[in-house]
Design a binder for this molecule. Structure first.
Ligand code: RP5
Length: 176
């Protein structure tokens, strides 16, 4: 079985209980993208996972992007590598916030993916995280949702306090 066991063909048009759409250009992106799913799991945010390719399944990509908001999705995380058109193209057909994850491939160390995703024209924003940093994409999606969800905001504040505590402990260990 593929590592991406719960991958599905996008059910465009069908309502969803998920608030985050986690999509990627290939199942080969999953080893990178699963960190976004893990972050969403940590905060109890429901998400759906789909492989949708800007170049291999362009019609499905457009259909998914157009239907996402009406289906109940609030934030889209899109990961892709190489000529990474998926985040920007999805952003062009949805009013939802889109977070792009540049997936590093064998060649060019992910610089191709980064530049493909980050260089969007004015008017069509994609919030691009650093190369391979799908965890930050998940955390950013949580923060976007938390702006209108006090309980989620409190969980994010607790997470940040834990981070601070962790650094303090490491600092103390260094000087022990
Ligand atoms: C991109 O092409 C995908 O996002 C993936 O990063 C890359 C390679 O895809 P595979 O050939 O491994 O399916 O569109």
């Amino acid at each position: 079985m593929s590592e991406l066991a719960n991958v599905g063909v996008a059910d465009e048009g069908l309502p969803t209980a998920s608030t985050v759409g986690l999509i990627m250009g290939s199942d080969s992106d999953w080893p990178t993208m699963r960190a976004a799913a893990e972050a969403l799991d940590e905060f109890g945010v429901a998400y759906e996972v789909h492989v949708i390719s800007a170049h291999r399944t362009p019609v499905k990509m457009i259909e998914y992007g157009r239907a996402a908001a009406d289906r109940g999705i609030k934030v889209i995380i899109a990961g892709a590598g190489g000529a990474a058109a998926l985040p920007g193209m999805v952003a062009s057909v949805t009013p939802l916030p889109v977070i792009g994850v540049p997936v590093p491939l064998k060649h060019l160390d992910g610089m191709d993916s980064l530049l493909s995703i980050v260089q969007m024209p004015a008017g069509v924003p994609v919030a691009t995280v650093s190369i391979g940093n799908a965890r930050n994409a998940g955390l950013l999606a949580v923060r976007i949702l938390a702006a209108a969800d006090r309980a989620l905001l409190d969980r994010m504040a607790t997470y940040q306090a834990d981070l601070e505590q962790l650094v303090a402990e490491k600092d103390a260990t260094l000087r022990a």
